[in-house]
Design a protein around this ligand. Structure first.
Ligand SMILES: Nc1ncnc2c1ncn2[C@@H]1O[C@H](COP(=O)(O)OP(=O)(O)OP(=O)(O)O)[C@@H](O)[C@H]1O
Ligand SMILES: [Mg+2]
Length: 266
C-alpha cells in the first residue's frame, strides 16, 4: 500500500458551549502510523485518549487539523466504514448471541444475511470462539466477551483497528493470555492497530511504538520505539530493554500525573 495508513496533522478537539469557555480536550496532535504498525497510546486519565479514538473513527467531529487515511482526507473516505472499534468497557448487546453480535457490525454494509453470518463465523473462529456462536453475552466470561468485541471489529475488514483499553476489565491472567492472542490475530490479519491502555507493560509488549500523552489538554509528549523482536513472548517482560523502557515511560507518566494534580487523577 506504500505510504502511511493514517496521518493526523495538527489535530485539535475542543468542546464549545455558549455558557463556558472552550474546553480543549487535545491539541496539536501530529502522528503518522504505517501500514501494519501496532501503536499504543498511554497517558493520564482524562488526557483525551478515548476522545482521540472517537474523532479518528468519525464518531465525533474534530475542531481543527486534518485526518488522512491512506493519503485521503477522512471526509472523502467515511472513516466509520474503514475503522474497527473495540470500546472501553462492555459493548455487546445482551439480547444477541455471539454470532449475532458479530453480525451487527456487518448490517447495513450491503451484505446479505447468510454471507454476513459466514463472515461472522470466520471471525469467531479466528478469535477462538468456535462452538460459542449461540451463547449470549451473560453466558460468556469477560475474556470471551472481549473476543466477541474483537471479532465484531475485525469482521468489517477495517483498514485500521482502534482499541480502547479492551482488556481493562479482565483479571491479570486472562489479560496476559488475551495480549498474546491479540498478537497472534494481528499477525494473521496484518491490521494497523492503535491501542489505548493504562498499562505500560501491555503497551510495550504489544507495540512497535508507544506514544505518551501529556495531561489535559492532551498532546504528544514523547514517543518511543520498542526495540524487541517479534514474535513477542511473556518472557520478554524481564528483558533488560523491556524493563528500561518501562522505567522511562513510567517516569514520564508520573510527571504528567503529578503535573495534572496528583495520583487521584490516574
Ligand atoms: N462529549 C464531551 N463533552 C464534554 N467533555 C468531554 C466529552 N468527551 C470527553 N470530554 C472530556 O474530555 C476529557 C478527556 O476525556 P477522555 O475520555 O477522552 O479521556 P481518556 O484519556 O480516555 O481518560 P481515561 O484514561 O480515564 O479513559 C475529559 O475531561 C472529559 O470530561
Ligand atoms: Mg478513555
Amino acid at each position: 500500500m506504500g505510504g502511511p495508513a493514517l496521518v493526523l496533522r495538527n489535530l485539535n478537539k475542543a468542546i464549545t458551549r455558549p455558557d463556558r469557555d472552550p474546553f480543549i480536550i487535545f491539541r496539536d496532535i501530529n502522528l503518522s502510523v504505517s501500514d501494519g504498525e501496532f501503536v499504543s497510546i498511554v497517558g493520564p486519565s482524562g488526557c483525551g485518549k478515548t476522545t482521540l479514538l472517537r474523532v479518528i473513527n468519525g464518531l465525533m467531529p474534530h475542531s481543527g487539523g486534518e485526518i488522512l487515511i491512506d493519503g485521503r482526507s477522512a471526509h472523502e473516505v467515511d472513516n466509520e466504514l474503514v475503522m474497527g472499534f473495540v470500546f472501553q468497557g462492555a459493548s455487546l448487546l445482551p439480547w444477541r448471541t455471539s454470532l449475532k453480535n458479530v453480525v451487527l457490525g456487518l448490517e447495513g454494509r450491503n451484505n446479505n444475511a447468510k454471507e454476513a453470518e459466514r463472515t461472522a463465523q470466520k471471525f469467531l473462529d479466528l478469535v477462538g470462539l468456535s462452538g460459542f456462536e449461540t451463547h449470549y453475552p451473560h453466558e460468556l466470561s469477560g475474556g470471551m466477551q472481549q473476543r466477541v468485541n474483537l471479532a465484531r471489529a475485525l469482521a468489517v475488514d477495517p483498514r485500521i483497528l482502534l482499541m480502547d483499553e479492551p482488556f481493562a476489565a479482565l483479571d491479570a491472567q486472562t489479560r496476559n493470555f488475551m495480549q498474546l492472542e491479540l498478537l497472534r490475530i494481528w499477525r494473521e490479519t496484518k491490521k494497523t492497530v492503535i491501542f489505548v491502555t493504562h498499562m505500560i507493560a501491555e503497551a510495550i509488549l504489544l507495540s512497535d511504538r508507544v506514544i505518551v500523552f501529556s495531561h489535559r489538554p492532551g498532546s504528544i509528549r514523547s514517543e518511543v520505539n520498542v526495540p524487541l523482536p517479534r514474535p513477542r513472548t511473556m518472557e520478554m517482560k524481564s528483558d533488560p530493554r523491556f524493563l528500561e523502557l518501562e522505567h522511562v515511560l513510567w517516569k514520564q507518566i508520573e510527571e504528567e500525573v503529578n503535573a495534572s494534580g496528583g495520583f487521584s487523577q490516574m
